[in-house]
Ligand binder design. Structure first.
Ligand code: IDP
Ligand code: MG
Length: 152
């Protein structure tokens, strides 16, 4: 486990259109994780097919790609100790009907087909997703003044 672990978090089109990008960023900032990349783009179907390639055989795949390409998204990279696993805990279950209250999905959305954000499920997929959505130059290396407070 490393303080430099990174995860890929992305606000989906419904999260952007509902105006809750700031709320989602705030959850990760308040937790103490470090933002190292952030942008907004309207993703192509081709990029989304790559991003969700593991799910291509699932019946909901065409609808998923259509939903995800329906408007701009806000991909970001967050860094910190065990951030992949903790990030998934913060997101809550995939289906908001089962996401615990207090989690982002549990607090802010209702149905699985509009679950407002994505988070990597393993370090390996995080690294793949970061490389798919960001160039090396877009990943910013910096040290927050409070890093000593976050990690003793
Ligand atoms: P995750 O986003 O929690 O990692 P995955 O199983 O990787 O969940 O599924 C990716 C995305 O596909 C989900 O976040 C959700 O938007 C969508 N999805 C998953 N299962 C269903 C379903 O049964 N119906 C419609 N959409 C689904
Ligand atoms: Mg997933």
């Amino acid at each position: 486990m490393s303080n430099r672990e990174r995860t890929f978090i992305m606000v989906k089109p419904d999260g952007v259109q509902r105006g809750i990008v700031g709320k989602i960023i705030k959850r990760f900032e308040q937790k103490g994780f470090k933002l190292v990349a952030l942008k907004m783009l309207w993703p192509s179907e081709q990029l989304l097919q790559q991003h969700y390639s593991d799910l291509s055989a699932r019946p909901f795949f065409p609808g998923l790609v259509k939903y995800m390409s329906s408007g701009p998204v806000v991909p970001m990279v967050w860094e910190g100790l065990d951030v992949v696993r903790t990030g998934r805990v913060m997101l809550g279950a995939t289906n908001p009907a089962e996401s615990a209250p207090g989690t982002i999905r549990g607090d802010l959305c209702i149905q699985v087909g509009r679950n407002i954000l994505h988070g990597s499920d393993a370090v390996e997929s995080a690294n793949k997703e970061i490389a798919l959505w960001f160039t090396d130059a877009e990943l910013v290396s910096w040290t927050p003044a409070n890093e000593g407070w976050v990690y003793e």
